[in-house]
Design a protein around this ligand. Structure first.
Ligand SMILES: Cc1cc2nc3c(=O)[nH]c(=O)nc-3n(C[C@H](O)[C@H](O)[C@H](O)COP(=O)(O)OP(=O)(O)OC[C@H]3O[C@@H](n4cnc5c(N)ncnc54)[C@H](O)[C@@H]3O)c2cc1C
Length: 301
């Protein structure tokens, strides 16, 4: 099957790019590996989304639902449970999904595949590797979507928006957050989150520090906090460690196309796959602009 535009990923960026392209009359196929569109938004049950785009304060799930409603009315081929497993130089892609493995051809490809989280393996931490260590995104997904109970007393490594929002969620669930550990001199993330999550819930913050040792047989029982200036250490008891130590654009499926540091002129990136965005509104607007630019390019040819 041949399309004008293939969109990889159906989060905020992919949905916005698909809607704009379809509104310009392009034949669009969107492949999303999960069974529903929305991406990371589907696990964001907190408010703080849409302030710029909709001039309203809505939840992440509501933000996704608004775009799902629009996209389903457009003439777009939407494949869910569909993983794009390769993209090739002849402008084809292999998609593994419900109907087996298929190959599609396209003129342009928009990568909207989001980002990955850095895991505990990316920081130097000694000790054991017991159960009870999660990335913040994993924890958020397990708690908000699958309703798992991940522990009673948590230490969170990393104080960006994601770490702060997960910390607040745990407090709302009645859990003990022993501390957020941050290597910098001040909290990361937006001021709004500092106020709404950290100050409002009285979550302890330990700055200029890191977790350098994990203890526990079978299950996390404590972590060692190391002050980066003084070298002084303290043990914090906990039964779960959550890492919120950074996000990396996920372009793996397109890396084979990079030659001498550049990608082909028919391949574009948007959303967190392009660069990490704090606010979804910026993701949507960037994706809409990119799709509109690509449509203009096609029309001028
Ligand atoms: C914890 C947290 C809190 C946040 N809080 C706020 C907030 O309060 N306000 C706000 O405005 N923003 C917030 N954000 C930011 C915002 O939600 C994100 O920046 C935005 O939703 C990212 O959209 P995206 O489409 O780029 O990526 P994603 O939502 O990650 O979507 C990428 C999609 O691509 C799919 N995919 C990846 N690879 C493939 C492949 N090979 N084949 C098929 N599909 C693939 C994935 O399954 C995923 O659905 C928050 C983010 C997080 C993580």
């Amino acid at each position: 099957m041949k399309y004008d535009i293939l969109i990889v990923g159906g989060g905020a960026a992919g949905m916005a790019a698909a809607i704009t392209s379809a509104e310009r009359g392009k034949k669009v196929v969107l492949a999303e590996r999960e069974s529903d569109l929305g991406g990371i938004l589907n696990q964001c049950i907190h408010y703080g989304f849409g302030l710029t785009y909709f001039h309203e304060d809505i939840t992440g799930t509501e933000y996704a639902a608004r775009f799902r409603k629009v996209i389903l009315d457009k003439n777009i081929e939407i494949m869910t449970d569909a993983d794009v497993i390769s993209i090739d130089e002849d402008r084809s892609a292999v998609i593994s999904g419900k109907n087996g493995i298929i190959k599609v051809f396209f003129d342009f490809c928009i990568m909207a595949s989001g980002c990955r989280e850095r895991s505990i393996g990316s920081v130097f931490t000694g000790g054991t590797r017991p159960a009870g260590i999660y990335t913040a995104g994993e924890a958020q997904k397990m708690i908000n979507l699958a309703h798992y109970d991940l522990g009673e007393r948590f230490v969170i490594l990393g104080s960006g928006n994601v770490g702060q929002i997960v910390a607040r969620r745990l407090k709302i669930l009645g859990k003990d957050v022993a501390a957020i550990i941050e290597r910098n001199e001040s909290l990361g993330g937006l001021n709004k989150n500092r106020h709404d999550c950290i100050e409002a819930y009285g979550i302890p913050v330990i700055l200029r520090s890191t977790v350098d040792m994990i203890y526990g047989e079978g299950r996390v029982s404590a972590v060692r906090i190391n002050n980066l200036d003084t070298g002084k250490t303290e043990i914090l008891k906990c039964d779960a460690l959550i890492t919120a130590i950074g996000l990396i654009p996920d372009r793996d499926v397109a890396e084979n196309l990079k030659k001498n540091g550049t990608y082909p002129d028919w391949l574009y990136f948007c959303g967190n796959c392009d660069n990490i965005h704090d606010m979804v509104d910026a993701v949507t607007m960037q994706a809409e602009k990119l799709a509109s630019d690509i449509c203009r390019l096609m029309e001028e040819r």
